[in-house]
Design a protein around this ligand. Structure first.
Ligand SMILES: CCCCCCCCCCCCC/C=C/[C@@H](O)[C@H](COP(=O)(O)O)NC(=O)CCCCCCCCCCCCCCC
Ligand SMILES: Nc1ncnc2c1ncn2[C@@H]1O[C@H](COP(=O)(O)OP(=O)(O)O)[C@@H](O)[C@H]1O
Ligand SMILES: [Ca+2]
Length: 566
């Protein structure tokens, strides 16, 4: 490929060594010259041959600044001997370039490198030319609206933002309006009606998956409202949101951040926002008949994860540990739930949930997955009883499959849900933006088998390779609990819930050794409970966009000799 024309080439000093420094529209690079001895005062700037080299893509430069003399002296003090004369202490004009440096485990760090120039004019020329190149990156955000949940995770949201994120935003000349939320749904309601979104290039959420869910609900509802789309209609094609969302992880699970960036690290996320990344994300809409309930981006779970969530909400004061305690308790209670799952399997997709390859930055499956209209075509239903072979070859493209059974867990994930607890996630091969969700059915099995299945979320073994687990990639699905099947017209779930909550229901839930099954569980939708158990779910391809790029393939490590951390 042809190289872009060079914009600047100069011989400059970096930590008393001479470098050939170049800039074109794509790369900023510096190459050490040789022999590169310490520069004696008054020596020529033109020495030497090439040696060690470094380069930074222009799109990963965060900022450039003229370096104040005091800063230079301070930096120089780290390695300089004390100057003997005033001439020797003279610091030539210098500029500092701040850029993204890849570290271990998909973490990004802000690094800086300072070059000394022979004269002030050249220094200014470098600063101006780099700034001009950054100005051309129009996809970078300039104004952001930030919501901080001060009570998410370990209640560190405000501190994380003030200490780790705000300084790099300001270095990148990003202006912000910050709202520290005062109540649950504060951010959602503000986005839905009050926020002047035209003023901003992005919305940033400091908190966990629950807080992100608030932002998503605010933005999607606002967009549908502005476009006259009725969210209550399950068949509607929803209008995608234009504005990108950034997540600064400060929650308990942080799976949306982890699964889209590869780390739950505030600085990494801030840098992805600054460089203006964009990653489309699938969203599932959840309805009960013709009533819209919620959107789901991560885990929509019934049975194990639903029960776990209900129990964990009472332990919110424990912070993120609540999920482990409630997880163990729910595991011991070992409840299963009867019901019918119907789903529309994906037939025209390139990927499958059993694939060995993963959704990564620039994923071809996400790019090439077609967008089928959501309208239900001719519905052919084939019932499958548990334990029998499931066959669905009816020779029709859109065949609904029906599975009636006893389930320990029903999970739908439209992304992998990778998180620190499970770095590969609930469905390791799920895709961020292919318009599908992976439906995982864990049938009733022994505690030992269920534990084996759970443990496989934390190691390299395939968690779907069990006779009691099945996984399907779907565009839509429905669930009907058994107690409502008799009369599906009955819409009196609150009464039924009361029954489950009665004296015996409570004892059974709280008594780990008790094997009697409660009538129904509760759906957990990205960490919030749903008020209904009979639901219809539709995946909407690429409905929202994040300041992320998907998980990058193996990061490239470079020797950063001569480069200091910002
Ligand atoms: C034996 C060890 C088994 C480890 C199994 C780990 C599976 C972890 C999968 C996690 C998927 C997370 C999906 C994300 C959901 C979030 O949207 C949502 C909201 O997050 P937020 O509070 O940050 O706002 N979070 C959740 O619903 C919480 C999920 C909690 C997962 C913790 C699971 C721990 C299970 C422990 C089982 C222990 C068995 C012990 C046997 C003696
Ligand atoms: N100021 C606030 N006071 C109480 N709850 C809040 C506030 N701001 C947001 N929330 C709610 O807190 C819940 C948990 O937030 P989240 O940031 O996801 O933390 P965690 O990951 O610990 O659950 C979300 O449901 C959100 O709606
Ligand atoms: Ca998906």
């Amino acid at each position: 490929m042809e190289k872009p024309p060079r914009l600047l080439l100069s011989r400059l000093w970096l930590q008393n060594r001479v470098y050939d420094v170049t800039l074109n529209s794509v790369v900023f690079a510096w190459k050490e010259t040789e022999p590169n001895k310490k520069r004696p005062p008054g020596s020529s700037w033109n020495t030497c041959k090439a040696a060690g080299s470094h380069s930074v893509p222009v799109c990963e430069i965060i900022a450039v600044q003229e370096t104040a003399e005091e800063v230079q002296k301070k930096n120089a003090g780290k390695w300089h001997r004390v100057p003997r004369s005033p001439e020797e202490s003279y610091q030539p004009p210098a500029f500092t370039v701040f850029y993204v440096d890849r570290s271990r485990q998909h973490r990004w760090r802000c690094r800086s490198v300072t070059f000394h120039c022979p004269d002030w004019g050249l220094c200014q020329q470098w600063i101006q030319t780099i700034e001009e190149q950054l100005f051309l990156l129009t996809y970078r955000p300039k104004r952001l609206l930030v919501y901080i949940n001060p009570f998410g995770g370990k209640q560190q949201g405000k501190r994380i933002y003030d200490q780790k994120v705000a300084p790099i935003f300001s270095r990148a000349s990003i202006s912000t309006d910050v709202i520290v939320t005062e109540r649950a749904n504060h951010a959602r309601d503000h986005l839905k009606t009050d926020a002047d979104l035209k003023k901003y290039d992005g919305v940033v959420c400091v908190g966990g998956d629950g807080m992100f869910s608030e932002i998503v609900h605010g933005l999607i509802s606002r967009t549908q409202c502005d476009s006259g789309v009725d969210q209550n209609c399950p068949e509607e094609t929803l209008v995608p949101c234009d504005i990108r969302i950034g997540i600064i992880p400060a929650g308990s699970t942080d799976c949306i951040c982890y699964a889209t960036v590869g780390a739950n690290d505030p600085v990494t996320s801030a840098l992805h926002i600054i460089v203006g990344d964009s990653q489309p994300i699938d969203v599932c809409s959840v309805h009960h008949n013709n009533t819209f309930l919620r959107y789901s981006v991560s885990l929509l779970g019934y049975g194990f994860y639903g029960d776990l969530l209900i129990d964990s909400e009472r332990k919110r004061w424990m912070g993120p540990t609540r999920y482990d305690i409630s997880g163990a308790k729910t595991f011991l209670s070992h409840h299963y739930y009867e019901g019918t799952v119907s789903f529309l399997p994906v037939t025209d997709n390139v990927g499958s949930p059993r694939d060995k390859f993963r959704c990564r930055s620039g994923c071809h499956v996400c790019q090439h997955s077609g967008h089928l209209p959501l309208e239900e075509k001719q519905i052919c239903e084939q019932e499958e009883e548990e334990g029998e072979d499931s066959v669905s070859e009816i020779g029709h493209k859109d065949v609904w499959r029906v599975i009636r059974g006893k389930f320990l867990a029903i999970n739908a994930v439209s992304m992998s849900c990778a998180c620190p607890r499970s770095p590969k996630g609930l469905s390791p091969a799920a895709h961020l933006s292919d318009g599908t969700t992976d439906l995982i059915l864990v049938h009733k099995c022994s505690r030992v088998n269920f534990l084996r299945h759970l443990l496989r979320h934390t190691n390299k073994k395939d968690q779907f390779d069990h006779s009691f687990v099945e996984v399907h990639r779907v565009r839509r699905f429905r669930f009907m609990p058994k107690h409502q099947e008799v009369d599906s017209e009955v819409d009196s779930e609150p009464d039924l819930r009361e029954r489950g909550k009665g004296l015996f229901g409570q004892i059974c839930r709280d008594h780990p050794a008790c094997d009697c099954a409660p009538a129904h569980s509760t759906w957990s939708c990205d960490g919030e409970t749903l008020p209904h158990t009979a639901i219809q779910v539709s995946a909407h391809r690429q409905l929202i966009k994040l300041f992320a790029r998907g998980i990058e393939e193996q990061p490239v490590f470079e020797d950063s000799t001569g480069v200091c951390s910002a």
